[in-house]
Write a protein that binds this ligand. Sequence first.
Ligand SMILES: [Fe+2]
Length: 283
Amino acid sequence: MAMEVRKLGEPLLAEVVGLDVTKLADPEVWADVNQAFLDNNVLVFRGQMMTAAEMVQFAGQFGPLEPHITKKYNHPDFEELIVMSNVDAEGKIDALGAKRGTRWHTDMCYREVPSKGTMLHTLEIPDEGGDTLFANMYLALEAMPAALKSRIEGRHATFRYGGRKAVGQVRLEAEDQDADLIAHPIMRPHPETGRLSVYVNPAHTVGIVGMDDDEALPLLEEIYDWCSRPEFQARHQWQLGDTVIWDNRCTWHKGTGENPLRQARRFLRATVGDATATASIAA
Ligand SMILES: [Fe+2]
């Protein structure tokens, strides 16, 4: 069966059908997968369970895998993977784990070279709820009112894991919590497509370079309000056997946190580094 890409959401999100995720793909096929990733920003592969080793192989085709900033959740056998869960070792719902990632954000934006993508593979999902929302930051920028856009043009923002609220548990988990703030353009060019998108996000952005917080924070709030508009979003409802990868360079995502039946939600997660980033952004 030839590979096929089916759009699931208008602003972003598509399903790839007819690709065996447990096998290495031929280079021509892989070029199509990567193009579908660039075109749709979030890809879903359905109905195929993977072992941890298969996930490392599959995710590794997108680029070099990076360990996450928090070590606590590392997979016991593969340091490239973390186990993302809302249940603790005794199988009880872990309130902090359940809340993690429920604000709009971009993974690894607090790194000097932000990552290419994040891949999640289902291990356990609740019968109801637990959806993930995605938002297209290319579209958010392209549709942004000129008056707002003119206030961010040429500006850089600062980032840190956990953003301004990087205190308490979030700070304790981050090993480089005292690292310097990292700056990126608010309108950042995508290293592979060259398209600009809004790069700041409510979870990890701290401020704007060369602007007092009195001015910067309300401006950031205005940007977040704009970027949170429903027309830029698509929702993914998880099924067991799903693998999803999103482009961290042009999208936001968040968990809805809804889990009315209080059931386990567990994923294997891999973060794919961006081998193209440094050179393109410096250019
Ligand atoms: Fe995330």
